[in-house]
Design a protein around this ligand. Structure first.
Ligand code: ATP
Length: 371
C-alpha cells in the first residue's frame, strides 16, 4: 500500500506542482492518475520513488516513510516505465532488461535467464534479445521497457504515460498485455495518462487531478463515469461518459431473438411468413454451422420469387458481432450501431450466432442500467 499524507511539491519559482495530496494506492491493484497537462500527475508519481523530493507531507510504502530509505535502494525495489521506454541505446534488449538484476549483484547467467523469461512474458521473441533498441518498433520498445521494470520482480510498478508514443492499434494491444500481465502478477501499479479511455480500461481506481495539483476525484471507473463530483471532472471525462459506462455491464443479460435467424438453405417463404407476422424489417441468415452470413430485409423477401433458398439472395453484410458471454453492453450497442439492420448479432465464443438483439430490447437494457 502506498499512502500520500498531505504530500506536496512546491518549486522555488512559486509553482505548485502538487498542492496537498491525500490518497491511498491499494496493494495489488492498478491505480491511474489522470488529468490535464501540468496537473501534477508525474510529480506525484515520481515522489513515490524519490525522483522528486516532496516539499511537504509524508509518503509511505507499506507503512514505512520513504524519507527513511536510501533513494537508490528504493528505486531498485520499484519498477519504473516511461514514455518511449527510455532504453539504453547502446545495450542489447537482453542487457537492457537485465539492468536492475545486475545492479542488485545477480550473476550474469541468472540475470540473462531472467531477462529471457521476461521477454516471453511480455510477448517478445527470443530472436530479438540481441537487437538494439533502435532495431525495434515503438511497441516492442515499450514491451522491453515493461520487461526491464519487472526484471527484479518489484512489488510496485510506476508507469508514466508508457503507451502514449505508439499508434492507437499498438496502444490497445499493449493495454491488453498489461491487463493480462496484471491478472497474473498482481503488482501495485501506478499509471499516469492523459487519456481517460486508457484510465477506464486499466484502472481499478482512478485519481482525477485538476490544474494546480489538486485531486478532484478518486473512485472506481464505474463510479467516476456514473457520478463525476463536479463540472471539471464531468467535462474532463467527456460527453460520451454514458456510453463508456456501458462497458461495465455485461451483454449476457440481453434477451436474444432466435426466431428471426434463418438457415441459408431455408426457402424465402419460411422467412416471409415469420418476418411479416412479427412485423420485423430484417432477418439474419446463417450457414449450417450457424456462422452469420448476412441480413435480408422484409422488402427483399417480398420481392423474392418463392422457392429460392435464402442464401442465394443478395445479403447485406452482418457487420460486427458481439460475444454474448464475454462482451459488454457497449460492445452490443456498437454492433447494433454499425449494423446495416440496426440490430446486433450475438455470437458464442466460437462465433456461432446465438440470436439477434432488437433496438427495443437493447434500448430497454441500456435504460435499466442508466436509472
Ligand atoms: N523542475 C521544475 N521547476 C518548476 N516547475 C516544475 C518543475 N517540474 C515540474 N514543474 C511544474 O509542475 C507542474 C506539474 O507538473 P507535472 O509534470 O507533474 O504535471 P503532469 O500532470 O504530469 O503534466 P503532463 O501531463 O504534461 O506530463 C507543472 O506546472 C510543471 O510545469
Amino acid at each position: 500500500m502506498i499512502t500520500f499524507e498531505g504530500a506536496a511539491k512546491f518549486y522555488p519559482d512559486g509553482t505548485v506542482a502538487v498542492a496537498h495530496l491525500d490518497l491511498t494506492v491499494e496493494t495489488g491493484k492498478t491505480t491511474v492518475f489522470v488529468g490535464p497537462s501540468g496537473s501534477g500527475k508525474t510529480t506525484s508519481l515520481r515522489m513515490i520513488n524519490r525522483m522528486v523530493e516532496p516539499t511537504g507531507g509524508t509518503i509511505r510504502v507499506d507503512g514505512a516513510d520513504i524519507r527513511d530509505q536510501n533513494p537508490a535502494q528504493l528505486r531498485r525495489s520499484i519498477g519504473y516505465v516511461i514514455q518511449q521506454a527510455g532504453l539504453f541505446p547502446h545495450r542489447t534488449v537482453l542487457d537492457n532488461i537485465a539492468t536492475v538484476p545486475l545492479l542488485l549483484g545477480w550473476r550474469r547467467s541468472r540475470a540473462r535467464a531472467r531477462a529471457l523469461e521476461l521477454m516471453d512474458l511480455v510477448g517478445l521473441e527470443p530472436a530479438q534479445a540481441k537487437r538494439y533498441p533502435h532495431q525495434l518498433s515503438g511497441g516492442q520498445q515499450q514491451r522491453v521497457g515493461v520487461a526491464r521494470a519487472l526484471a527484479a520482480d518489484p512489488p510496485i510498478l510506476l508507469m508514466d504515460e508508457p503507451f502514449s508514443a505508439v499508434d492507437p492499434v499498438v496502444r490497445t494491444s499493449l493495454q491488453d498485455e498489461l491487463i493480462r500481465l496484471q491478472q497474473e502478477l498482481h503488482k501495485t501499479i501506478v499509471f499516469v495518462t492523459h487519456d481517460i479511455d486508457e484510465a477506464v480500461r486499466l484502472g481499478d481506481r482512478i485519481a482525477v487531478f485538476r490544474p494546480g495539483g489538486e485531486l478532484a476525484q478518486y473512485d472506481a471507473p464505474e463510479r467516476l463515469l456514473a457520478e463525476p463530483v463536479d463540472a471539471f471532472v464531468e467535462s474532463f471525462i467527456g460527453y460520451d461518459r454514458g456510453v463508456r459506462r456501458l462497458s461495465f455491464f455485461p451483454a449476457s443479460g440481453l434477451s436474444l431473438r432466435e426466431d428471426v435467424v434463418f438457415d441459408d438453405e431455408d426457402r424465402v417463404e419460411r422467412a416471409q411468413t415469420l418476418v411479416a407476422g412479427e412485423n420485423e424489417p430484417w432477418a439474419l441468415v446463417v450457414d449450417a454451422e450457424r456462422m452469420p452470413k448476412g441480413w435480408v430485409s422484409a422488402e427483399q423477401l417480398d420481392r423474392a420469387p418463392s422457392g429460392v433458398p435464402l442464401g442465394s439472395l443478395d445479403l447485406a453484410p452482418y457487420g460486427h458481432t458481439f460475444d454474448v458471454g464475454a462482451d459488454s453492453l457497449r460492445a452490443a450497442l456498437d454492433a447494433a450501431v454499425l449494423s446495416p439492420a440496426g440490430r446486433a448479432v450475438g455470437v458464442d465464443e466460437e462465433g456461432r450466432v446465438v440470436g439477434v438483439v432488437s433496438q427495443n430490447d437493447l434500448g430497454a437494457a441500456i435504460w435499466s442500467v442508466s436509472e
